[in-house]
Design a protein around this ligand. Structure first.
Ligand SMILES: *Cc1c(COP(=O)(O)O)cnc(C)c1O
Length: 345
């Protein structure tokens, strides 16, 4: 890996971050707070939240087996994605490389930040080849984005190929693991100590059932985490979200139960889709959604909308012609969808 300083925008490397009242005072809670111009009434939400989210990071650290210093928390993983551009990519100069098709936010954030976004098509099995990605890189390539399990293709990317990329690419490699809890593949968080250029993204929005509270995680070396923390809004994770997440993390048993039910339903839905005439292909899924190829994606999408069922039409996405993406819902919701699809002609 190249020197981290070389990979970072000079402005950010040299930046003195905002230091808030809650940043400066690190002592006990049993004192009188007259430092942050807060209203003394309406506890507990009258106070600014912990800008470093120490309590929440400690809990996540225990569950994920990653040191607190290697954890960044964002307003969804979307915040971490945007910060990666702002920290490492110089507008109109640097570029990033990504697989296609994949999650749309990488390109949107690249566009917003005036960063050249270079994509490389996956093969017929929706897998990538390290060589092809490296061919698109040059000295100005700061980040390569991977997503595994990938959205919208639903499959795990080949682990050996990811490791090959981590060892051969000199810049940063992001592995977005938003759907890792639904996959049998081990998380790359276990590999952080081996690869200093690795950044793993996870989120509370999918398996953890908390898309509304907006909480995403980035795991990386403490040096990378410090750079992200320097640029984020001081109070990017509000107290309601921190409290909600702390409570959620106490009940990992319920979350395991949800994951298992969703995986069981994924099997059932795939099996029944096989018997549906308008479905021509069911792609294997390691996520909480299934990608299918159908006879006419636009028509079937509109038919389902009329029936009050909204799925995702991916027809206009490269390598996804006539494809629909179906999120696994409750057994009842899935049955409703399957019934309507079977009636379609
Ligand atoms: C859903 C999703 C996310 C989640 O983003 P949040 O901002 O954390 O809600 C991230 N990456 C991928 C690939 C996703 O599909």
């Amino acid at each position: 890996m190249r020197n981290l300083k070389d990979l970072t925008r000079p402005t950010i490397w040299n930046l003195t971050p905002y230091s808030s009242a809650r940043d400066e005072y690190k002592g006990s809670d049993n004192v009188t707070f007259l430092d942050a111009n807060e209203n003394p009434y309406s506890a507990p939400y009258n106070r600014y939240p912990d800008p470093a989210q120490n309590k929440l990071k400690k809990k996540i650290s225990e569950i994920k087996g990653v040191a607190s210093s290697s954890i960044f928390l964002g307003n969804g993983s979307d915040e971490a994605i945007d910060l990666l551009f702002r920290v490492f990519c110089e507008p109109n100069i640097d570029n990033v490389v990504a697989i296609a098709p994949t999650y749309g936010m990488y390109k949107v954030c690249a566009d917003i930040n005036d960063i050249d976004y270079r994509s490389v098509l996956l093969n017929d099995e929706y897998q990538f080849c390290t060589h092809a990605l490296l061919e698109k890189t040059d000295k100005q390539t700061k980040i390569i984005f991977l997503c595994s399990p990938n959205n919208p293709t639903a499959n795990n990317l080949d682990r050996k190929e990811i490791i090959k990329l981590l060892t051969t690419f000199e810049g940063l490699v992001v592995v977005d693991e938003a759907y890792i809890d639904f996959s049998d593949a081990p998380s790359f968080t276990k590999e952080l100590n081996k690869y200093p250029n690795l950044i793993v993204l996870q989120t509370f929005s999918k398996a953890w059932g908390a898309a509304a509270v907006r909480l995403g995680m980035a795991f990386a070396s403490p040096e990378i985490i410090q750079l992200l923390s320097k640029v984020k809004y001081p109070y990017n994770i509000n107290q309601l979200t921190q409290n909600y997440a702390l409570n959620l993390l106490k009940d990992t048993v319920t979350i395991e139960k949800w994951i298992n039910e969703i995986k069981e339903e994924r099997k059932r839905v795939a099996r029944l889709l096989q018997k549906t005439t308008c479905v021509t292909k069911i792609y294997p899924s390691d996520a909480n959604f299934i990608l299918i190829k159908v006879t006419d994606a636009n028509a079937i999408y509109n038919y389902l909308v009329e029936k009050g069922i909204i799925i995702r039409n991916r027809h206009s996405v490269v390598l996804c012609e006539d494809c629909l993406r179906i999120t696994i819902g409750t057994p009842d919701e899935n049955t409703q969808l399957l019934n309507f699809l079977q009636l379609y002609k």
